[in-house]
Ligand binder design. Sequence first.
Ligand code: NAG
Length: 314
Amino acid sequence: MEKAERRNQTIIMEFILLGFGNGPELQPLLFLLFLVIYLVTVAGNILVVLLIVTDKHLHTPMYYLLGNLSWLETCLISTLLPKLLASLLTGDRTISVKGCMVQLYFFGIMSTAESLLLTAMSYDRYLAICQPLRYPVLMNGRVCCQLVAGSWMSSLTTCTTGMVLLLQSTFCRSGEIDHFFCDFSPMLELSCDDSQTLKLLTFIIAIMWTLVPCLLTLASYTCIISNILKIPSTSGRKKAFSTCSSHLIMLTIFYVTVTTVYMVPTANTPKILSKVFSVFYTVLTPLLNPIVYCLRNKEVNESLKKLIFKLVAF
Ligand SMILES: *[C@@H]1O[C@H](CO)[C@@H](O)[C@H](O)[C@H]1NC(C)=O
C-alpha cells in the first residue's frame, strides 16, 4: 500500500526555500540588512586575517587559531548569504536539490570545523593560564598546526559520511523548506524514505561534534576562571581575564544557539524561533567575531592602530 503511494508521488528536483515570510515590502529591507551584514563580516574577518599574517607580534598559537577561525567564518557565511541575497533580490526562491546538497555539505564542514576550532582555542587558553610553565612545550607552532588540521579532517570525514547517506534518499513530499538555507533537519523532513536511521545518526554526530566540544570548553573555562580568581592582585586578575573574555563571549553565543537549534526537539520549538537562532550562529557569530576581537583585545587593537597609522602616512 505504502509502496504504491510512493510510486504515485512525483520525485522532486527543486526545493523552495521559504526564507523569512512572504511580505513583499519586507524583502528589500531584509536584502539591505543582510547585504550590509555580509560586507561588514567579510571585510572584518579578512582584516583580522591580514593583521595576524602581517604583524610579527601576533605570530603566536593563540592568534594563528584566531586567524584560522576568521578565515573559516568568511567561508561559512559565504556558503549561505549569497544565495539568500540573490533570492531576496530576485524573488526566486527555488534551489535545485543538487544545489541544496552542495550548500548543506559545505555549511556542515565549516560549522563542524568552527566548533572544533573554538575548542582548540579554549584548550590553548587553558594551557596558557592553568599550565603556564609547560605552555611553550605543550603548545607551539607544530601542535597548533595539528589542531587546525585535525579540526578540518574530522569535520570533512564526518560531513562526507553524512552526505553519502543523505544522497541515497529521495525527496517526494512538497518541496518547501521552511528555512533560509538548506540545513540538515529541514531537508530530512522532506525525505520520503524512512529517515529514522539518518535522524539517529545526525543526533549522534551533533552530540559528538557539538556537545562534546562544548563540554570540553566548559571544563577548560571552569579551570581558567578558578585559576584567575586565585590571582591575588586585581590588575593581574584583570589582565588574565581580558585575554579570554572576548573568546568567552563568542563561545557563549555560538554554543547556546547551536545547542538550541540542534539539540532541542524541533517539534516543540516554533519555526521562527529556530530560524532566528540559526541567524545568530550562522550570521551573527562571524559578524561579531572581528568586532569583539578588534575592540576588546589589546594586541589586535594595537596592531590595527599601527596599520591605520601606516595607511595614513602612506
Ligand atoms: C592557521 O594555522 C596555521 C597553523 O598553525 C598557521 O600556520 C596559519 O598561519 C594560520 N592561518 C591564519 C590565517 O592565521
